[in-house]
Design a protein around this ligand. Sequence first.
Ligand code: AMP
Length: 263
Amino acid sequence: MKILVAVKRVVDYNVRIRVRADGSGVETSGVKMSMNPFDEIALEEAVRLKEKGIATEVVVVSIGADVVQEVLRTGLALGADRAIHVATESEIQPLAAAKILSAIVAREQPKLIFLGKQAIDDDCNQTGQMLAGLLGVGQGTFASKLVIENDGANPLPPVGAGEGNYILVTREVDGGHVTVRLPLPAVVTSDLRLNEPRYPNLPSIMKAKSKPLAKISAEELGVDITPRIRTLKVEEPKKRVGGIKVDSVAALVEKLRSEAKVI
Ligand code: AMP
């Protein structure tokens, strides 16, 4: 079973986000960038499935300028077998990312397509859902547990010895957990509690340098990646002011009336 994992290069989660002076977006120059944390979790799960003998190959893919090769090398150090860089200098919005990924899925034919539930730069939380829609396959979003099921009684043709035909995805939803059963191929997006990703060690970082990394241009895939959303302005949120304690209910009501103007 081949697994494709989409990994995005984003501002590191430890960095305090700053808005560019001209309000055109978030400052990324001179800022530490890393693999999106949810994508690390997705990749860790894929690598664990390989270590258990369920997956046969783990392929990482990233879309963007040449710098995204850094996160692909990290992905290879974390256990992926090979990497695909879809090169473009254009802004890639979720629909464009989903179209590019669906073209890669058509070429690679993975049984499981793994993404993060959201990229922490724009917090869109859209790409996985759009990708499943474009591919016409099932989706298990916000996954906190995965079980590949080897169901001999299912009506689908077997996908190969030792491979499951269905995946059980436990999803984190507002009211608790919900488990869905999806035929493979399927799209799964990872939530925070799925696993705790490993750190790459020195030997695996060295080994990653010689693993295959293929580069393909977004144009070659023949998909329309024109941005559909125009950002008018990005602003810092208003600074929060500290709270105060009031002595009585009457004082609280008075403040709600005169300052907060909610009653
Ligand atoms: P989003 O819908 O932007 O919150 O992104 C959700 C997920 O889609 C991410 O966690 C990645 O797995 C994948 N993704 C989005 N953009 C890219 C990209 N440029 N390269 C690779 N994967 C991406």
